[in-house]
Ligand binder design. Structure first.
Ligand code: SF4
Length: 731
C-alpha cells in the first residue's frame, strides 16, 4: 500500500474529513524523507522540518507516512510532543481514528515517566510505622494514612491500575502523590519485589515491558531527551537507529533540551545531605546493614562525604563574603561576565573531584546492597537502599553541576551559563535584598545552576546522527520564510540536506481576519513605559466596552504592566476581565471564560506569555486578540547574557541573531490564538508602532499569516454575526 491509498481511504471513510491540499503536501514531504533513508552518505536526507499552520491536520499527516514506512522497514514509530494535551489527543482520538479508517493494523501505547505511576514499594513504605523515617521523609497524618490504605486497597483489588492519570480524583493531592511515587535514584529496579520478571506488578515497569511489543509509541520531549542522554534505548524500548521519529511541537525541543540538561543543586541542603549520608552509613540505632556490606568502602565513603561537606561549607563562606556581587539576587559565575568570581571555579574543581569519588563509592555500595536483597527479602536493607538512592541523586547533582562550572568555554557553541540565585527558605522570612549580615543568611538558600547555552552539537551527536529518520513538525519553525534559526538551534545546520517546507494555510486569512496597528503617540520602550501604559489602557477602555457575547484575549508580556493596566480600568470593565494572575491554572480561567460566553455575556482575558502558546479558544470564545506590545525580552536571563557575550566576541549581532527571531516566533504563536478553523473570524490588534516605524517591522509582519490589512471598523461586529450564524448552522 502507498501513502496515497491510505490517505484516500481516510478521506473517503472518515466522517467530516475535509480535503486539505497542505495536509497532502505534508504527507508527501514526510514520506519523501522517510523513504530517503537508504541513501548511503546520509547528510540530513533522512531528516525534514515541516512548518504546518493551524488547521493542517498535522497528526494525520505524519501518521500516514510514519506508520506505513515503519511497517515496511520493521522499525518503531516514536511520536514525541511537548504537551500532555496533544498526547491525550493522539492516544484518545487521532490514532484510534487513523486505525479505523486507514486500513492499517498496528499497536500503540503511551510512554510516561516513573513519577506518573504509583510505586507500590513506596506506598508500602509510607504505610509502615514511620519510626524508620529520617527528618527529610514526610511524617504522615492519620487522614493521609487512611487515604493511603484506601488507595492500596483499590490497587491490590485491581480496581485501579496505578496510573496517576486514572487515580480517583479525591486522592489527587501533592502530599499523597509524594508518598506513593518514586524517582530513578530511589527505585530498586530489578531488585524490587514488585518488579520480578514472572510476576511484575509495578505499574511503571509493566508499562515499559508492554512497549516492547508496540509499533507506535507516543511520548513527551522530556522523556525522549532523558532517553538519549542515557545513551538511547533505555527508557524507550529501541535505540534511535531503530525508530522513525515524529517530533510534534518541535519548536520547543531545543529549549526543553537546555532545561533537561540544566544541572542544579541547593547549597545548604547539599551540606545537610552530606552530613546525613555519613550518619546513615554509620547509624547504630537502626543497626544499619549498609556498613556491614563493605566496611572499608563505607569508611572511605564517609570520609568523602565529610570532605565534600567541608568543601561546600567553604563555598557558602565564599558566597557570604561576596554578597556585594549579586545583582537582583543573582550572581553570574562566568568569569568573563562577572569579574572577581574566578575563585569559585577553584572550589568547584575540588567539589567535582570529591563528589566524583563519593559517587563511585556509593554506586558500588548500592550494587552490593542490591545483591544482598536478591538473596532474601529484608525490609531494613530495602529501606536503607531507598534512602541511599536519595543521597546518590544529590551527590550526582553536585557532581554534574560542578563539572559544568569548571568546563572551558571556547565559543558560543560550547559556552555554559553558570550562576547562583538566592531563594527564601519556606517558613522563614526572606532577608532584605542586600544580605550581607550573617543573621540574614540564615533564612536564605543558595541555588547553583549550570547549563549549555547551545544544545545543537549535543543533539547532533546523540540524536540526529543516530536516528533512522526524523520529521520535525510545528506551526512555527521559520522566521519570515527562513528556517536557519531553528536549524541552528537544533544542530541541524551541521547537515546540508535537511529538507524544509513551509506549508500554506488552509484558512483564507484575508477574508477571515484583519490586522490593526492603532496609532499611539508613545512607544513601549522602557523610557516611555508609563505614558505607554496610560495610552494603552485608554485604548483598551474604548475597545473593550462592548456587550456582545464574545471573547477578547489581551496579551501582556510583562506582569506589572498587566496589573497596572487592569488597575486603571473603570470598575464596570473590571468585572468583565479575568486576570491570569488570579488563577492557579490556565484551564480554570478558560473554563470560566467559556461559561460566561455560553451564558451570553462578554468575557475578556488579560493573559501573560503562556496564554500566547497553545491555548485553543475557537469561534466566539476569541474574536479579538490584542497584543499589547512586541514580545521582546525585557530582562536578559543568564543564557541570553552568555549568548550575547559570545556573539559580541565573534563580531555578530545579538539583536539580529537571537532577540529578533525569538520575538518573531512569540508573535506568530500569539497571533495563532485568533483563527482556529475554516469557519473562524476575528481581528488581531498589535499596539506597537515599532511594527511600522522600525526596519525590522517588515520581517515581523511578513512572518504573520496574510491577514487583511485594509482597516474595516465594523470587522469585529461582522465577525460576531458570522460566527453566530455558523453556530446556528451547526446547532
Ligand atoms: S520497581 Fe521501582 S517503581 Fe516499581 S515498585 Fe519497585 S521501587 Fe517502585
Amino acid at each position: 500500500m502507498q501513502v496515497n491509498n491510505i490517505f484516500e481511504n481516510i478521506i473517503s471513510k472518515m466522517p467530516n474529513c475535509k480535503v486539505r491540499p497542505s495536509q497532502f503536501e505534508m504527507i508527501q514531504r514526510i514520506d519523501g524523507c522517510f523513504v530517503n533513508t537508504d541513501i548511503e552518505t546520509k547528510d540530513g536526507h533522512n531528516i525534514c522540518m515541516v512548518e504546518a499552520p493551524t488547521g493542517t491536520g498535522k497528526s494525520m499527516a505524519y501518521l500516514v507516512p510514519g506508520v506505513l514506512n515503519a511497517q515496511k522497514l520493521g522499525k518503531k514509530l516514536i511520536i514525541s510532543t511537548a504537551t500532555k494535551t496533544l498526547q491525550a489527543q493522539l492516544i484518545e482520538r487521532d490514532i484510534p481514528n487513523f486505525i479505523k479508517y486507514s486500513g492499517l493494523k498496528f499497536s500503540y501505547a503511551l510512554l510516561k515517566g516513573r513519577s506518573n505511576y504509583l510505586c507500590p514499594y513506596q506506598l508500602d513504605n509510607s504505610l509502615q510505622d514511620d519510626a524508620l523515617q529520617t527528618d527529610m521523609f514526610v511524617a504522615t497524618s492519620n487522614t493521609i494514612q487512611s487515604q493511603l490504605k484506601e488507595l492500596n486497597k483499590l490497587f491490590t483489588a485491581g480496581v485501579w491500575d496505578g496510573d496517576l492519570d486514572t487515580m480517583p480524583h479525591k486522592f489527587n493531592d501533592k502530599k499523597i502523590i509524594k508518598l506513593i511515587t518514586t524517582d530513578k535514584d530511589r527505585c530498586l529496579g530489578s531488585s524490587c519485589g514488585y518488579n520480578q520478571k514472572e510476576n511484575c506488578s509495578c505499574p511503571y515497569f509493566k508499562n515499559r515491558a508492554s512497549l516492547k511489543f508496540c509499533d507506535v509509541i507516543v511520548t513527551n520531549h522530556s522523556l525522549l531527551l532523558a532517553d538519549i542522554s542515557l545513551g538511547g534505548g533505555v527508557l524507550l524500548p529501541v535505540s534511535p537507529e531503530n525508530y522513525l521519529l515524529c517530533l510534534d511541537e518541535g519548536h520547543n525541543f531545543a529549549d526543553l533540551a537546555i532545561n533537561s540538561f540544566t544541572q542544579t543543586f541547593e547549597l545548604k541542603q547539599a551540606i545537610t545531605s552530606c552530613n546525613h549520608l555519613a550518619k546513615l552509613i554509620y547509624n547504630e540505632s537502626l543497626k544499619t546493614y549498609i556498613y556491614a556490606v563493605d566496611v572499608s568502602l563505607c569508611d572511605a565513603a564517609v570520609t568523602d562525604a565529610n570532605e565534600l561537606a567541608a568543601c561546600l561549607d567553604k563555598l557558602l563562606l565564599l558566597l557570604n563574603h561576596n554578597t556585594h556581587l549579586f545583582v537582583e539576587e543573582r550572581l553570574m559565575l562566568n568569569d568573563y561576565i562577572t569579574s572577581g568570581v574566578e575563585v569559585f571555579k577553584e572550589h568547584f574543581v575540588t567539589c567535582a573531584y570529591i563528589a566524583g569519588e563519593l559517587y563511585t563509592k556509593l554506586t558500588k555500595i548500592k550494587e552490593k546492597l542490591k545483591e544482598k536483597i536478591k538473596s532474601g527479602n529484608d525490609y531494613i536493607i530495602e529501606t536503607n537502599l531507598n534512602k541511599l538512592g536519595f543521597y546518590i541523586s544529590t551527590i550526582e547533582n553536585i557532581l554534574a553541576t560542578s563539572q559544568y562550572m569548571i568546563n572551558q568555554d571556547e565559543s558560543r557553541y560550547n559556552a555554559n551559563a553558570r550562576w547562583v540565585e538566592i531563594k527564601s527558605v519556606v517558613g522563614l522570612q526572606k532577608s532584605s535584598s542586600k544580605f550581607g549580615a550573617s543573621k540574614a543568611n540564615t533564612d536564605i538558600e543558595f541555588v547553583f545552576y549550570a547549563c549549555l547555552t547551545h544544545v545543537g552539537n549535543l543533539l547532533f551527536n546523540r540524536l540526529w546522527s543516530r536516528v533512522y529518520a526524523a520529521a520535525i513538525v510545528s506551526a512555527t519553525l521559520s522566521v519570515g520564510k527562513d528556517f536557519r534559526y531553528y536549524l541552528h538551534k537544533l544542530g541541524l545546520n551541521l547537515y546540508s540536506n535537511v529538507a524544509v517546507s513551509k506549508l500554506n494555510s488552509s484558512f483564507i486569512y484575508a477574508k477571515q481576519a484583519q490586522i490593526v496597528v492603532p496609532r499611539f503617540n508613545s512607544s513601549p520602550d522602557y523610557a516611555s513605559r508609563n505614558e505607554f501604559t496610560r495610552e494603552l489602557t485608554n485604548y483598551l477602555i474604548k475597545t473593550l466596552d462592548y456587550d456582545d457575547a464574545y471573547g477578547t484575549l489581551v496579551l501582556f508580556f510583562n506582569r506589572s504592566q498587566l496589573q497596572e493596566s487592569y488597575g486603571l480600568l473603570p470598575d464596570y470593565l473590571k468585572t468583565r476581565v479575568l486576570l491570569q494572575t488570579d488563577y492557579l491554572s490556565n484551564q480554570k480561567l478558560i473554563n470560566e471564560h467559556k461559561k460566561k460566553i455560553d451564558n451570553k455575556k462578554p468575557s475578556i482575558i488579560f493573559g501573560l506569555n503562556s496564554f500566547g502558546l497553545g491555548v485553543d479558544l475557537p469561534s466566539l470564545y476569541c474574536v479579538h486578540v490584542i497584543i499589547t506590545k512586541l514580545p521582546f525580552e525585557t530582562h536578559k536571563d543568564p543564557l541570553n547574557m552568555v549568548q550575547e557575550y559570545w556573539l559580541k566576541f565573534e563580531k555578530s549581532n545579538y539583536f539580529i541573531e537571537v532577540s529578533l527571531p525569538e520575538t518573531c516566533i512569540k508573535l506568530v504563536q500569539a497571533a495563532g490564538r485568533l483563527i482556529r478553523d475554516e469557519n473562524d473570524y476575528g481581528q488581531l490588534t498589535i499596539c506597537d508602532m515599532r511594527l511600522i516605524t522600525k526596519n525590522y517591522g517588515a520581517l515581523l509582519l511578513d512572518s504573520l499569516p496574510a491577514f487583511n490589512r485594509k482597516y474595516d471598523k465594523d470587522f469585529i461586529s461582522k465577525a460576531y454575526e458570522s460566527l453566530q450564524a455558523v453556530k446556528l448552522h451547526y446547532s
